[in-house]
Write a protein that binds this ligand. Structure first.
Ligand code: KIV
Length: 278
């Protein structure tokens, strides 16, 4: 089954939480689909989790296209999650036209819809322009990692009543601009739940508590592979780092002990050819 925006709206109406994962490679997209995940975000978090940068800011359109296409190639089974392509810093800020061109590039690479951060008048104009070009937009509110320098790092947002009311206003504004889904990051659970109750489009949370229409986690956080730091909300459901570290240590030990490669993992010549060679 192909998950569509309609599927996500139906889930919201039926109060069934949607499950989302940020991932970027064909194997991870394939595993996510097999697990029945509803949507995949090919996020600019890949700059940190895959490419080793210390923020999402260095992500480029070329990187995003490469990984959107890779994730899409992993979706070969019957269940096909909705693919959200994340628009990196600089790909939508300059003008409505540039934002539309770059949204089209992500769709041509394999995204179903695109995600952009923020809610300033400039961003509302971009949401409107991309939507009017026929491409669905996910509005990313709350903590916006592309604004790291402005907001002073990765901090919980909307902690005061005034900020909570402002966030609700932002949600209304992006909805009116045409956003088809909202993603709110790192806000108190009470605030997120209140906004969800007053909004028609699906609202997903990452670090926004249980009262939203669905959850998103970054694959390398949830499988326990990203080790640079751990956000409070990034629950580790596995420990892939330990599995990889043990496999690597066992491999090194086997090579040094001469037990790898062995007969089973080596190729041999036909005996006649081997004789000739001697
Ligand atoms: O880049 C990303 O993976 C994201 C999610 C964490 C929201 O933007």
């Amino acid at each position: 089954m192909k998950v569509t925006l309609e599927t996500l709206r139906e889930k919201k109406a039926a109060k069934q939480p949607a499950v989302g994962v940020s991932c970027y490679t064909a194997p991870d997209a394939s595993l996510s689909a097999e697990a029945g995940v509803d949507f995949i975000v090919v996020g600019d978090s890949l700059a940190m989790t895959l490419l080793g940068f210390d923020s999402t800011l260095p992500a480029t359109m070329e990187m995003m296209e490469l990984f959107v296409a890779a994730a899409r190639r992993g979706l070969t089974g019957d269940h096909v999650p909705l693919v959200v392509g994340d628009m990196p810093l600089g790909s939508y800020q300059p003008s409505d036209e540039i934002a539309v061109v770059n949204a089209c590039r992500l769709v041509q690479a394999g995204a179903d819809i695109v995600k952009i951060e923020g809610c300033t008048p400039l961003i509302l104009s971009r949401i409107k322009a991309i939507s009017e070009a026929g491409i669905g937009v996910v509005a990313h509110l709350g903590l916006q990692p592309q604004q790291k320098a402005l907001v002073g790092g990765w901090r919980v947002q909307a902690k005061t009543a005034t900020e909570a009311v402002a966030l609700e206003g932002d949600c209304n504004n992006v909805e009116h601009a045409g956003a088809v889904v909202m993603l709110i990051e790192a806000v108190p659970a009470e605030v997120a739940a209140l906004i969800v109750a007053r909004t028609d489009v699906p609202i997903y949370g990452i670090g926004a508590g249980p009262g939203v229409d669905g959850q998103l986690l970054v694959m390398s956080d949830l499988v326990g592979e990203f080790r640079a730091f751990k956000s409070r909300f990034a629950k580790r459901f596995g420990n892939v780092s330990e599995v990889k570290a043990k496999a690597l240590a066992d491999y090194a030990t086997a090579v040094r002990a001469g037990s790898f490669p062995d007969a089973e993992t080596s190729y041999n010549m036909d005996p006649i050819e081997a004789g000739k060679l001697k």
